[in-house]
Design a binder for this molecule. Structure first.
Ligand SMILES: NC(=O)c1ccc[n+]([C@@H]2O[C@H](COP(=O)([O-])OP(=O)(O)OC[C@H]3O[C@@H](n4cnc5c(N)ncnc54)[C@H](O)[C@@H]3O)[C@@H](O)[C@H]2O)c1
Length: 511
């Protein structure tokens, strides 16, 4: 398979990108499309894409010329008879894909591998009716195919393991990073990523006044996701993102955990689909500046804080605070009213700053008997450019100002959020960790592959399972339990896999 001809059926966005990748990797590539002239147009598009790569010094001119010569439009399916692999990237409809496979089986050799780039259909369903279903495998590229490294190699119940292994080896030879996935709703990336959008949409649906720019800024600047979830839905298209959510929700038996968002449905009904229509959560049409996230005005840092307990993933905050000249007095005594748990607290001007454990600041203040400010999770408190906090009701201004000043002294911006359980980053990360743990536990992919898939396919700064291990599975489960108790929502039920790791102290991923 490593040198034979490759066919690509469907010469749209994905087909053209896949053809480019295969041609650059040294294959003769034939592009076929049902719409007349489309395959030839795609060949010309790939030619221009190669020119741009040459101009940017990414590909040398000889290699681009050779790739261009290897790429040609096909006139009919019969032209694909000699292919060793055909990748289907036609319309996302089961009947279309089944018809393409039936037509291909009539012309190709028995040894030819057939792949589908479907992002939501079951590989088992696409293979139903094939004479040799063992030769069908999912080869799920991400958009844009030439740039995105991840390929999910998806096996249905009939897929020959040797076929999946050969396709994975081929993807590696094409410069991609394959992960092996068992066919299931959303595969790995589109399933585990659902709560990333779902949590942000849920935050907007609450009656707390949170706005898109603030949600996105906190996830980007504290969570270190490359894009905020809401701006990302504007880029993907609200209709496309909603359709993926709906598909996963339907296929998983309408589990409320994956329920589509009313806010997003309203955007789609209004035709405000994001960048492609000029308007979604943001305006993209009139050159007006992006709305600013809610950011606290400058406040004065206290001279010193007394820090107690194990701050876990927040520990490095205190090194950073100390480096900017605030006195950090470490005190090994247990925190107030919690003598057995050594609860992490920092005394700041008569109030307490605490890292989130999922409970609201109101609940923490009621338990501690003093005003409390809760700190949201940051991927790396040493380098975060924004911290998010929430204050208990009636928290004196000077306590909140002292906390804000303390965090601002690091050079980071501070957002004061509404007092919601689990705040934004901790809650989002907790649901991602839980979903990833469930996917690995269900045997859909190996834990390491789940992490690779989310890093490369969704651009997450850390694989969710590694993030869960760094944060501590027990801490992640506690956040979900507290959010479940506060909201009464089934969305936050802890998966058996996370519950096990949190009680046994085992790792989600293992290193
Ligand atoms: N766009 C993405 O981000 C993305 C990412 C991963 C996977 N996918 C999947 O890849 C496939 C293609 O998506 P796309 O975005 O490139 O779509 P597209 O609409 O850009 O292209 C589809 C092409 O297939 C052609 N086509 C339709 N039916 C055909 C048939 N029976 N035979 C031959 N050609 C046919 C159409 O004329 C069109 O040119 C879909 O299954 C989609 O779910 C898309």
């Amino acid at each position: 398979m490593s040198t034979g001809a490759v066919g690509v059926v469907g010469a749209g966005t994905m087909g053209a990108g896949i053809a480019q990748v295969a041609a650059l990797a040294g294959h003769r590539v034939l592009l076929l499309d049902a719409a007349s002239g489309r395959a030839a147009a795609a060949v010309a598009d790939v030619g221009r894409a190669l020119d741009r790569l040459v101009a940017r010094g990414r590909v040398d001119a000889d290699r681009a010329d050779a790739a261009r010569e290897r790429l040609a439009p096909a006139a009919s399916i019969a032209d694909l008879a000699d292919c060793v692999l055909v990748v289907e990237a036609a319309a996302e409809q089961l009947d279309v894909k089944q018809q393409v496979m039936a037509a291909l089986e009539d012309v190709v050799a028995p040894t030819c591998v057939l792949a589908t780039n479907t992002s939501s259909l079951s590989i088992t369903d696409v293979a139903a009716g094939m004479r040799h279903p063992g030769r069908l495998v999912g080869m799920h590229f991400f958009n844009p195919a030439p740039a995105m490294r991840l390929v999910e190699v998806v096996s249905g119940t009939a897929t020959d393991p040797d076929v999946a292994a050969r396709v994975a080896a081929l993807a590696t030879a094409w410069g991609k990073t394959p992960v092996q996935v068992a066919s299931s709703p959303g595969f790995v990336v589109n399933r585990v990523a659902r709560p990333f959008y779902g949590e942000a949409l849920a935050a907007l649906e609450e009656d707390t006044g949170l706005d898109a720019a603030t949600v996105d800024a906190v996830l980007r600047e504290a969570g270190r996701f490359p894009m905020g979830p809401l701006e990302l839905t504007d880029l993907i298209g609200q209709d496309v993102n909603l359709a993926t959510s709906r598909s996963v929700w339907e296929q998983l038996g309408r589990d409320p955990r994956y329920a589509p968002s009313r806010v997003q449905e309203a955007l789609v009904e209004a035709g405000t689909l994001g960048r492609k229509t000029g308007r979604g959560f943001y305006r993209h049409d009139d050159g007006s500046p992006r709305p600013r996230p809610s950011t606290a005005p400058p406040a004065v840092a206290p001279e010193k804080v007394v820090v107690r307990g194990d701050w876990g993933p927040w520990t490095s905050l205190w090194e950073r605070v100390e480096e900017v000249g605030v006195g950090v007095l470490a005190d090994a005594r247990p925190g107030p009213r919690d003598a057995h748990r050594f609860e992490p607290v920092a005394e700041v001007d008569g109030g307490l700053l605490v890292p989130t454990d999922g409970r609201t600041a109101a609940d923490r203040a009621a338990a501690a008997g003093v005003p409390v400010v809760v700190l949201d999770l940051a991927l790396d408190p040493r380098t975060a450019t924004r911290f998010a906090v929430a204050a208990s009701p009636g928290c004196p201004r000077e306590v909140l100002d002292a906390v804000v000043g303390l965090l601002q002294a690091t050079g980071a911006a501070v957002t004061v959020l509404p007092d919601r359980p689990g705040l934004l980053v901790a809650r989002t990360v907790a649901v991602l960790v839980d979903e990833a743990a469930a996917v690995a536990d269900e045997g859909i992919a190996d834990p390491a592959d789940v992490d690779t898939a989310l890093r490369l396919g969704a651009g997450y700064p850390l694989g969710p399972l590694e993030w869960g291990d760094r944060t501590g599975p027990a801490r992640v489960a506690a956040v979900l339990d507290a959010v479940a108790a506060a909201t009464g929502s089934d969305r936050y039920r802890v998966s058996p896999a996370l519950r096990r790791a949190s009680t046994t102290g085992g790792a989600l991923r293992g290193h």
